[in-house]
Structures are given as structure tokens and as C-alpha cells.
Design a binder for this molecule. Structure first.
Ligand code: PMP
Length: 395
């Protein structure tokens, strides 16, 4: 028997993981993952990109690079931070990461000690909980409504607990709910956090996938004290397999982050970083994003219309203005995890909502993804889900 560390001993196969493994079968109409539509990956363009990288940079392109990242990519990221998120930054304020998932892991490691508190929206991204867990933190969930975090509740929680070190939020097209904070909420949030000695992680992998909503200022653009760390990602606008994300943060945080990242991977793939930088230089990223948003908006509408048609009275769902997910709420007392086997028997799947709450509970929700299924399967899958829900509610 191998002797594992005490943290490793806590890593158990969960019943949800077992259920989700069943969603991988090809016959299952799965709304469970968060995968982009692969038909939009720019494969032909990437063949030209790869050739150009080798022609222009040769072996340098596959040599080790700096931990901070490839400078031309960090320059491109700064331009995008200005255009998309209204943030002024310089390449030295940016570190390229191996996905924003890595940034979540490292930020918790450098900012939080065991038993200190991390605040999260209730519910929040399950992968963030996974990334923070190795630190051994406590989690406090901040209540949310249909406009994001409720400022009065946040203020009460911050005033009552001086072990809070970090607040993790997803203000745009949240995973799992699809909710976006209006500007007034963002301002109220910043006014409150500015009174406390905490760091804010603003995770925004979906901000560029917007359908019917204007660009809104990021929290980082309102940050006068350097307490917001912005986390960006190329996964949803480009290709998740490249594993490319970035952070923008104050110099103190950048310094510790880079030292820690060195221990984790020395640096993000030097070739992968060039693939993103060359694509941005050689092709029209905005036209590419426009294609993605047009397709996902169509799929969102179709899913929404199908839910209106096939879901029974008493089941509610969000209408996301961007991003990849909608959030379904079942009548109180129903359990989405218990319903999963019945849905899987009809070859349709979702993610039960309970796992998005770091402290558990809240079984009467599930998350649906609409980016990864073709249109006919969306309609058919929602119809099947509707049948299961109707049967349950008739009991
Ligand atoms: N944050 C959120 C809110 C996400 O939904 C995801 C991916 N599903 C990530 C971070 C991780 O993204 P990446 O591929 O950049 O690691």
C-alpha cells in the first residue's frame, strides 16, 4: 500500500464523478461539460501559424522561456485588456498561465493559509473549489440574487470575520448560473472591499462571449488600490487544449506568483504561447469570436425556447446574456443528483447543482451547457429532460 499525504487521502472518487463519467458515452446528449464547439477550432489557420512560427523563430520557439511568459503575447494581452475590459496594464503586470485553472491554484497558495477564509459566490465554479482545497481553507458563501453578489450581505460577512483573505468572483456570465453583475453592483462591491484588507480574484473566462449586452467595466478597471487580480483565459475564445490563461495583478502579487509558478512548471508552453500570439497577429480574432458568439447565441435561444416548451410549471431557469451555461432551479425538496440516473436512462445529462456550493446543500438545481451540442440534439435532450421532470412532479 502506498502511503499518501493527508491531503491526497482526502481525494476520493465522488459519486458525481461516477455519474459524470457515464455522460461520456456517445449516445448520451450531454449538457454536463463546459466544452467549446470543436467545429469552430481554427485548424486550417493553425497549420499556417505553426509553419510561420518555425520559419520565423526556428528552435527558439521550443526552447524554455521565462516564467512570466512570451513578451509579444503579454503585449497582445495588454491591448485586449484595454479594449475588452477597460484595464490599463503593461506586459510586466501580466503573467501567462497554464490555463486560468493554474492561476486559481497558485493564487490560493500564495494568499491564503490553512483555516483562513475564502469568500465565494453561492453558488460558484466547482473547479475553483478544487483548486483552493489543497490550502485547507474555510469557505464562506456570499448570498447572490439575479444580479450577482448581494452587497449588504458581503459587507456583513466581511465585518464579522477577520480571517478572510481572498474573495473569488465571476462577475460575467457566471459558471454555473450565467448571471452578470450590472455596473452598479460592481461599484457597490468595490466600495465595500476597498474598506477591507482582502484580495479579490476576478475570474473572467467568458467576458468575450457576449450576445445581447454591451461591454461592462471589469472590477479590475475600477480598482484604485491594486487589490483585484484579473484572471483571463484563451480557452473559450480560442482552444482550451492549448492551456493558456493570464493574470493581471499588482507587482507584489506578480513577484510571489512568478516565484511559485517556477516551482510548478517553470513556465507555460513556449510553443503554445507563440501559437496564440501568431494567431492574433496573422488572423482576425474578432471575426473568430463573432463566429463563436453567433453560434452559441443560437444554441442558447434554442435551449431556452425548448425549456419553455418542454419543462413543467414550477421549474425555473436563467437567460444568460453571454457565456456557456444556464442554471435550472427545481421546486424545493427535489434533488437533481437523485434524478440523474433517470435522465441517464434516457441518455441525457447535466451537472447536479450541489457541487457548486463549497459547503454543500442546495440539491434542487442543475447546470446546463449549450455550446457543445448541435441544434437538433439540444431540442431532443431538453424534451427528454422535460419528460423526466414532468414524471417526477406528477408523483
Ligand atoms: N474559471 C471558470 C469560471 C471556468 O469556468 C473555467 C473553465 N471551465 C476556468 C476558470 C478554467 O479555465 P482554463 O481552461 O483557462 O484553465
Amino acid at each position: 500500500m502506498t502511503r499518501f499525504s493527508s491531503f491526497a487521502q482526502t481525494l476520493q472518487a465522488s459519486d458525481i464523478a461516477e455519474l459524470l463519467a457515464l455522460t461520456e458515452k456517445p449516445e448520451v446528449i450531454s449538457f454536463a461539460g463546459g466544452l467549446p464547439a470543436p467545429e469552430l477550432f481554427p485548424i486550417e489557420e493553425m497549420k499556417k501559424v505553426d509553419e510561420a512560427i518555425y520559419n520565423e523563430e526556428g528552435r527558439k520557439a521550443v526552447q524554455y522561456g521565462t516564467t512570466e511568459g512570451y513578451v509579444p503575447l503579454r503585449e497582445e494581452i495588454c491591448k485586449r485588456m484595454k479594449d475588452k475590459f477597460f484595464v490599463d496594464c503593461k506586459p510586466e503586470d501580466v503573467v501567462v498561465t497554464t490555463g486560468s485553472q493554474q492561476a486559481l491554484f497558485i493564487l490560493a497558495q500564495i494568499l491564503v493559509d490553512k483555516d483562513q477564509t475564502i469568500l465565494m459566490e453561492s453558488p460558484s465554479y466547482m473547479g475553483a473549489i478544487m483548486a483552493f482545497d489543497p490550502v485547507g481553507p474555510k469557505y464562506t458563501e456570499v448570498p447572490t440574487d439575479d444580479q450577482g453578489i448581494v452587497p449588504e450581505e458581503l459587507e456583513k460577512i466581511l465585518a464579522a470575520d477577520d480571517s478572510i483573505r481572498m474573495i473569488y468572483v465571476i462577475p460575467e456570465f457566471q459558471n454555473p448560473t450565467g448571471i452578470t453583475w450590472p455596473v452598479e453592483r460592481r461599484k457597490a462591491f468595490m466600495d465595500i472591499v476597498n474598506k477591507y484588507d482582502v484580495v479579490v480574484l476576478e475570474d473572467d473566462p467568458y467576458g468575450e462571449i457576449r450576445y445581447d449586452i454591451e461591454k461592462l467595466p471589469s472590477l479590475k478597471s475600477m480598482d484604485t488600490q491594486g487589490k483585484v487580480v484579473f484572471l483571463g483565459s484563451f480557452s473559450k475564445i480560442f482552444m482550451p487544449g492549448l492551456r493558456l490563461g493570464w493574470i493581471v495583478a499588482n507587482p507584489e502579487i506578480i513577484d510571489k506568483f512568478v516565484k511559485f509558478k517556477q516551482a510548478v512548471d517553470l513556465g507555460t508552453s513556449t510553443f503554445g504561447q507563440r501559437q496564440a500570439a501568431y494567431f492574433l497577429k496573422m488572423f482576425d480574432m474578432e471575426a473568430h469570436i463573432a463566429k463563436i458568439t453567433a453560434l452559441y447565441a443560437k444554441r442558447r435561444d434554442l435551449m431556452y425556447q425548448s425549456m419553455e416548451k418542454y419543462f413543467p410549471e414550477g421549474v425555473t431557469f436563467t437567460y444568460p446574456k453571454g457565456g456557456l451555461f444556464t442554471w435550472v432551479t427545481l421546486p424545493e425538496g427535489m434533488d437533481a443528483k437523485e434524478l440523474m440516473p433517470k435522465c441517464l436512462a434516457k441518455d441525457v445529462a447535466y451537472v447536479p447543482g450541489g457541487i457548486f456550493y463549497p459547503n454543500g446543500g442546495n440539491a434542487n438545481h442543475f447546470r446546463l451547457n449549450y455550446s457543445n451540442m448541435p441544434e437538433d440534439r439540444i431540442v431532443e435532450g431538453i424534451k427528454r429532460l422535460g419528460d423526466v421532470l414532468k414524471e417526477e412532479l406528477a408523483k
